[in-house]
Design a protein. Structure first.
Length: 270
């Protein structure tokens, strides 16, 4: 009888140990650009080594990441669309917004540049040139942060992207798939610099326009509110956030390069 009781207690102890081990996992919805850049392959192993924390990435566009946060399907999000982030927090779905790093958006297109985008002085002017010539243009079309930014730039150029036909193609896909579509069509596309630099199927495409301050691209970490969703792992979200704003993270982010070019700049405040 005592032996049987002893075995039961051991079994219960093992079950509790297993649950405790499984608890060291957090779900984070991240943008496709974060994944496509390759930076996640650098950060996640170090997070595991430093915190013994498994970060399960749900790779989607910013719009879908926010919806996952609203539903409580993830513990935190890492996105890049300030207006949408502020609305998410204002509605009580996120506890706060913590800026982590930034890069910029760039305009990519055919090397011969039929719309002469490379000669434009502003991002809005470059888009007007594309629209005037009706040169093929691929849009993410997926409610991502990049897509939201693109639509705002068309609007700043005095144009309504929803009225475009023929030459304008909405891919409804992530950054990598959209770049593949643009490469196949030899079309113009707006991308984040990191995804472009890490993209392997460039074909005849090249970076044509960058540098306008409106193309600034900030990434922020937002924990999902435990008041809305008591089951979220807010303690692990805090642990991860503290690591993301640490000197270790800063060093890894700032030193991550492709062909000598920096992809992201760390700008988190303590």
């Amino acid at each position: 009888m005592m032996r049987r009781l002893h075995l039961v207690l051991i079994t219960i102890a093992l079950l509790f140990t297993s649950v405790a081990m499984q608890a060291a996992e957090i779900k984070v919805a991240v943008t496709t650009s974060f994944q496509n850049s390759g930076l996640s392959d650098v950060l996640l192993p170090q997070i595991k080594a430093d915190l013994d924390l498994d970060v399960q990435l749900i790779v989607v566009g910013t719009g879908q990441a926010l919806r996952l946060g609203e539903a409580g399907d993830v513990d935190a999000i890492l996105v890049h669309s300030r207006m949408a982030e502020d609305a998410f927090i204002a509605m009580g779905f996120g506890t706060h917004r913590r800026e982590i790093m930034y890069n910029d958006f760039v305009l990519i297109g055919p090397t011969d540049d039929p719309a002469q985008v490379g000669e434009a002085e502003t991002a809005a002017a470059s888009l007007r040139l594309i629209a005037d010539t009706k040169a093929p243009f691929v849009s993410r079309g997926d409610d991502s942060g990049t897509h939201k930014k693109e639509l705002s730039l068309w609007a700043s150029a005095g144009l309504d992207a929803t009225a475009f036909t023929g030459w304008y193609r909405a891919a409804g896909a992530g950054m990598g798939a959209s770049l593949n579509t643009a490469s196949g069509m030899n079309a113009y596309i707006m991308a984040d610099r990191a995804s472009w630099l890490n993209f392997g199927n460039k074909g005849d495409l090249t970076l044509l326009f960058a540098g306008d301050p409106v193309l600034f691209n900030q990434y922020a970490f937002i924990p999902v509110s435990p008041e809305r969703h008591p089951h979220v792992k807010s303690d692990l979200a805090k642990l991860l956030e503290d690591w993301l704003v640490s000197e270790i993270a800063a060093g890894l982010i700032n030193s991550y390069k492709i062909n000598g070019e920096v992809l992201f700049t760390f700008n988190a405040t303590p």
